[in-house]
Design a protein around this ligand. Structure first.
Ligand code: ARG
Length: 608
């Protein structure tokens, strides 16, 4: 019988969980260091890395010998002797160069672990984040504006982080901090009231293309028109400002229109999320308006704690460390002089809610890097208020900008922001051409479906294989290529393995079972090491909040498989044991690729 803990996780652990060999090697080198080094140095990082010269290389002898004034090769020799005597999974250790340890592992150790992974749930990956409650704030589009390319990064990165942390056992709370409140609504509602003929509802639109948010386009247009009126006509501006007060005061007519606008946008956002296959649903939306009821209370709490100051009628927080031009301290504006609240106050309330209500232990904000000062101030204020403590961490997992193919900020020819939906259409079109060329035999329906899956995978992989903070160019042709580090290449590798396994199913008696007593070819050994490293790639994502750690891992895995497949026949001309073992390699690679792609939010098709 299986037991479950209070969060519904199985408590029947460890038999099904395999520690990555890289971690085992690290622990073995640490144990050797304990024997060979003074206590205060023995707990240093053993500096174990995968290597071109051996399965792993440990460089720790060099730095330690330097500190101790010892000969590094001699110290490395002592560590080697200890490793050889005590680590059963080590096949050989060689001291090379000035004192590197080149460590090779036995085939048997590898095969034993792979064999557990093949049958264990979750590929044997331990639930390393089981004590974490991760509140992930991502996407956060703005109501009445088209979701644009800027929101793509946060949406995809946040979604991948949510998937990976959940897989590693964390409780994940997804938070879509939609911009659904603020002074711009006064202007928008006032304009609508004064122009009953203006068309902005989806039913006003002749055509609403699925997934493109037709209604928001109309709303977006209206927003621009209202904005122009607001800037040009001081009387309209004043009426708009009164309208904001009416909205905040709960005036029925005003609130009704506001609700309608928000609902229109929400529908359009959901269409984009569905098209992208991201996890966000309406239930994950806790927009700016959601926190309204707590704003006064938050300011009162901060005032009672002596954190806010009065400044020209406004309530602000100053930080010694945060300074702007001319070294002037930059204030965090908590309450404006007219009594209104802004973005900062809302985020203070959001953060407090994430801790008090959701019980978050790690608050992750996947937001544009241009907001880094805002988050810096937010976290400092929250620490002063005692909301962030040693047991609650907050991180701004900042993302850079997407540029156009020319490397300059992405703009339409008319200079406007590029709609996300148009970009996805472009990618789908390009994928269709590439897939049709590769496989002219596909019928139209298949082709359309494959192009859809390939284009979404291509856009996601291009995003998730780049480090968050770096800017990159949205280059559709490169993204949908079958060659190079692309989502299409990984999906295609998955389909190739699926096809090998389909053919194997027709061969009588061909099962996929690892054979621990077999000696492996170098390409098999290398593939085995790559397969064993899956969990480690995931914990790296969890530690760094960088999905590219997983994206890069999957690419290396696919390449290791290709090398294996080129040099090791699977179905023909081999003994039944070798065939079973190689099929097990195929099956575990397929399962690992599929699982890894899923954690990036990418579909792994069986055919393409
Ligand atoms: N709506 C904001 C924007 O478009 C992003 C919200 C980010 N989340 C937050 N808690 N501030 O810039």
């Amino acid at each position: 019988m299986r037991r479950f803990d209070s969060r519904g996780r199985s408590t029947q652990k460890m038999v099904d969980q395999v520690r990555p060999l890289a971690d085992e090697v690290g622990a073995a080198v640490s144990a050797a260091m304990e024997q060979a080094l003074p206590a205060e140095l023995a707990s240093a990082d053993p500096l174990v890395r995968p290597s071109d010269h051996a399965d792993f290389q440990a460089n720790v002898a060099l730095s330690m010998a330097k500190r101790l004034g010892r000969n590094p090769r001699e110290l490395a020799g002592t560590l080697r002797d200890h490793l050889v005597a005590h680590a059963p999974f080590v096949a050989s250790v060689e001291v090379s160069g000035p004192g590197f340890l080149n460590i090779d592992l036995t085939d048997a150790a590898l095969l034993e672990r792979l064999s557990v992974r093949l049958t264990a749930p979750r590929l044997g990956v331990p639930a390393s984040q089981a004590d974490e409650v991760a509140v992930i704030d991502y996407s956060g589009p703005n109501v009445a504006k088209e979701m644009h390319v800027g929101h793509l990064r946060s949406t995809l990165i946040g979604d991948a982080l949510a998937r990976v942390l959940d897989f590693l056992g964390a409780r994940v709370v997804r938070q879509n901090h939609v911009g659904d409140w603020g002074t711009q609504f006064g202007m928008l509602i006032q304009y609508i009231l004064e122009h009953p003929e203006a068309s902005w509802r989806s039913k006003d639109e002749d055509v609403v293309r699925a997934g493109t948010g037709g209604a928001v386009s109309a709303l977006d247009q209206l927003y621009r028109t209202a904005r122009a009126a607001f800037d040009a006509d001081p009387e309209f501006k004043e009426r708009s400002q009164r309208r904001v007060v009416a909205l905040q005061g709960g005036d029925a007519e005003t609130v009704a229109i506001w609700k309608e606008i928000v609902a229109e946008s929400e529908t359009a956002f959901q269409q984009v999320y569905e098209r992208l296959g991201v996890l966000l649903t309406r239930d994950d939306t806790a927009g700016e308006s959601f926190y309204n009821p707590w704003l006064n209370d938050v300011v009162d709490e901060l005032a009672a704690k002596g954190i806010v100051e009065d400044s020209e009628g406004a309530k602000v927080i100053f930080f010694d460390e945060i300074r702007g031009p001319e070294d002037k301290p930059v204030p965090m504006l908590v309450r404006k002089s007219d009594g209104g609240f802004g973005y900062a106050a809302t985020d203070l309330a959001t953060l407090r809610h994430s801790v008090d209500h959701h019980g978050g232990t790690r608050l992750i904000y996947v937001v544009d890097s241009r907001q880094s000062q805002h988050f810096d101030m937010l976290f400092r204020a929250a620490r002063r208020a005692g909301w962030l403590t040693d047991s609650v961490e907050a991180v701004h997992a900042a993302n850079g900008t997407i540029n156009g193919p020319d490397g300059k900020p992405f703009k339409t020819r008319a200079g406007g922001t590029v709609r996300l939906a148009d970009l996805l259409d472009d990618a789908q079109h390009a994928a269709r051409n590439v897939v049709a060329e590769k496989d002219p035999g596909l019928d139209q329906e298949e082709l359309t479906e494959i192009a859809r899956v390939a284009s979404i995978g291509a856009v996601k992989y291009a995003e998730l294989s780049t480090s968050r903070n770096r800017d990159y160019s949205f280059d559709v042709a490169r993204m949908v290529s079958f060659n190079g580090q692309t989502g299409v290449y990984l999906q295609y590798t998955h389909t190739r393995i699926a096809s090998i396994l389909r053919r194997a199913a027709e061969v009588e008696g061909a099962g996929a079972v690892f054979q621990p007593e077999l000696a492996l070819e170098p390409a098999e050994h290398a593939l085995g090491l790559a397969l064993d490293g899956f969990g480690r790639a995931l914990t790296e994502v969890a530690d760094t909040l960088e999905p590219h750690q997983l994206a890069g891992y999957l690419y290396a895995l696919a390449k290791a498989f290709t090398t294996f497949y080129e040099s090791c026949p699977v179905l023909k001309g081999v003994s039944p044991e070798v065939r079973a073992n190689r099929l097990a390699f195929c099956e575990l690679t397929r399962a690992t690729l599929a699982q890894g792609l899923e954690l990036l939010g990418i579909t792994a098709p069986d055919r393409m």
